[in-house]
Design a protein around this ligand. Structure first.
Ligand code: AGP
Length: 615
């Protein structure tokens, strides 16, 4: 998954591009490049392997003038990270430069056809094929750049967000999208394009979200045109107001985005809950549900599709909706759902959970569910992203931009919305007593202060993390609502510290993993005072009996486990169904501090990207 930016205006394009690429680096950062229009019709292209800072070093002392440009930061999908595989790609005739985020599925046959037409390829990328295809159409004559781009895209299968500029034409920028995101910022006498809104913040708050199969033609001094591949055009531009501030994008005094986002959770959960529970705590109001009451009332089950951390939230959502909402729930990895011959129909509700709203596997699952007739409901964070715009309805989690690659505040926001959804379903289906709605709803309203209290564990967790800096393996164990919490804790540790960690249902440990237990294997065991506490207590005993190290996440005052565990992290008590939200916070902190001890880049862990917009 990559990041693209573009600029056409009166200012210096280079500064806008580089600043935008820095803000998009969380999307991918193994190589980067810019193309700038130059005097006398030259295209100036600078590309480098590595991060945007490496690109800046490359351009020092070089000519970076020009008021039209495009830029790209890459997360390799075709061809290893290198200068020759970096974008922008310049066509063989030299007349155009192109950047791309997505995957051209049929690039091989297209490349063969172009080779037979005399084209040579310098890279292993699918993107270069697209650049040469547009070039071939232009060179044949009789087509403007926008027309050539549309004709080329008509031959392309796959996902793309592209920006194309033409040598010797500083007044034209053409962009298009299909399944990969593209936002256009409409400023005063200048236009910005980017994979998401973050590079645009601070320049303009007027944005347009390009839709699938749309091509935008940006001409200096002319109104923005949005056309469709089939020759139509958008009746109205539908310019929206962006509600993001530069401050929201900065680290707010924290050393990393991830730590900022962990500590933001009291305020982000406040935002997430705002307006969704009546002040007396008696009723939950989710417009996405109440506006579609009939579909939910006749639903025979709910199927949740998601990936990664969102899939862990989905597992918790299953328990919440079955217990509080009274509906059977199935949870599927989005990637497995779409290839698993799903038996889905009109009476099913499919819930898609995605922080970015751009995860390719989840987006494809949404599209398949719609084709099969299901009612599709999204739980996403990024407003205007592809998944929310592909569903019938949904609920945004409103936790603000999550920049750290490892999801933290989005996870707690997702589980909170799932709890609201479960309560709302229980209300409209009449399967939940009013006092139960009130009990859980009031605990939700207290969540921000509960998390505030839990975050006071940070110094203790930081100290504890020093014990495990050189651990090689971890086991995370939990039961019921906290089996998914164990999975999430393990994923956090894996993805930012690179230490192998495995989440397991605590009871399952004796069916194999217990063979791993020894004095070098720490086990993090989530053991709140819930209905399964005594069962988990016996799991703690089993680990200790084999010389294992136990870090137990417990409620304050749990002397039974405190007397057994090597280390305890005490969290405030909440209703059992909400314990994952609270218990996940010390696990986020533990992973964070261990990774910092190991000198890892916690905001941009190796090999990972914030949103995986390729299969
Ligand atoms: C979570 O820490 C990971 N970065 C990753 O598993 C992520 O949750 C997954 O890629 C799904 O992303 P989404 O929520 O944006 O769809």
């Amino acid at each position: 998954m990559c990041g693209i930016v573009g600029y056409l205006g009166g200012g210096k394009a280079y500064g806008v591009l580089i600043g935008g690429l820095h803000r998009l680096e969380y999307r991918g950062y193994d190589s980067a490049g810019v193309a700038l229009e130059g005097r006398g019709g030259k295209l100036k292209v600078y590309r480098s392997r590595g991060k945007v800072a490496d690109l800046e070093r490359l351009t020092e002392g070089k000519d970076t003038s020009g008021c039209l440009g495009i830029g790209h930061t890459r997360w390799a999908t075709h061809g290893e990270p290198s200068e020759r595989n970096a974008h922008p790609h310049v066509s063989q005739s030299g007349r155009l430069a192109l950047v791309h985020n997505g995957t051209i599925e049929n690039y091989r046959p297209l490349r063969e056809t172009l080779r037979q037409c005399g084209y040579h390829f310098n890279s292993e990328t699918d993107t270069e094929v697209l650049a040469q295809l547009v070039d071939y159409i232009l060179e044949r004559g009789g087509r403007s750049l926008p027309e050539a781009v549309k004709e080329a895209l008509g031959q392309v299968e796959g996902a793309y967000a592209i920006a194309v500029m033409e040598r010797g034409n500083p007044d034209l920028l053409v962009v298009a999208r299909k399944s990969s995101p593209l936002v256009i910022g409409v400023g005063e006498g200048e236009t910005f394009v980017a994979s998401d809104a973050t590079p645009i913040v601070g320049y303009t708050d007027r944005v347009l979200y390009l839709k699938d199969n749309e091509v935008a033609v940006i001409r200096r001094g002319k109104p923005l045109e949005v056309q469709t591949l089939d020759g139509g055009s958008r009746p109205s531009l539908d310019i929206q107001t962006l509600r993001l501030s530069v401050a929201q994008l900065e680290k707010g005094g924290f050393p990393t985005f991830m730590l900022k986002e962990i500590f933001e959770q009291p305020s982000t959960l406040t935002d997430c809950l705002r307006g969704r529970i009546t002040s007396d705590g008696k009723r939950v109001v989710l417009s996405g549900v109440t506006d579609n009451r009939e579909r939910f009332l006749r639903a025979r089950r709910i199927v949740i599709v998601a990936c990664g951390t969102s899939w862990h939230a989905a597992l918790i959502g299953k328990r919440l909706i079955q217990q509080l909402g009274g509906l059977p729930v199935e949870v599927e990895y989005a990637s497995e759902f779409r290839y698993g011959c799903p038996r889905i129909g009109e009476e099913d509700v499919v819930v898609a959970i995605s922080q970015s709203g751009e995860t390719a596997d989840t987006l494809a699952a949404v599209q398949l569910a719609r084709e099969l007739g299901a009612f599709v409901y999204g739980i996403c964070n990024v407003v205007g992203s592809s998944i929310p715009r592909s569903t019938h309805s949904g609920t945004y989690i409103h936790v603000g931009p999550e920049i750290g690659v490892a999801s933290t505040k989005a996870f707690t926001g997702q589980v909170t919305v799932l709890a609201l959804l479960a309560l709302c379903l229980g209300q409209i289906r009449g399967t939940l007593a009013e006092e139960d709605v009130e009990r859980v709803a009031k605990a939700l309203l207290r969540l921000p202060e509960t998390i505030e209290e839990t975050l006071r564990l940070a110094p203790e967790v930081e100290q504890l993390s020093k014990t495990f800096t050189f651990a090689h393996n971890f086991l995370y164990l939990g039961r019921g609502y906290n089996y998914p919490t164990a999975l999430e804790g393990a994923l956090k540790l894996k993805e930012i510290s690179y230490i192998h960690a495995e989440g397991y249902p605590a009871a399952e440990m004796k069916h194999g993993p217990i063979a791993l237990i020894d004095h070098e294997m720490p086990s993090v065991i989530i053991a709140p005072n819930d209905s399964l506490h005594d069962k988990v207590l016996s799991n703690v005993q089993q680990v200790k009996a084999r010389g294992g190290i136990v870090v137990a996440v417990i409620n304050k005052g749990d002397e039974a486990i405190k007397s057994l565990a090597d280390f305890v992290l005490e969290i405030p008590a909440v209703p059992e169904c909400l314990t994952p939200i609270v218990a996940s916070v010390p696990l986020q902190l533990l992973a964070y501090y261990i990774a910092v001890n190991k000198g890892r880049n916690v905001d941009r862990p190796r090999n990972l990207a914030k949103s995986v917009t390729v299969e």
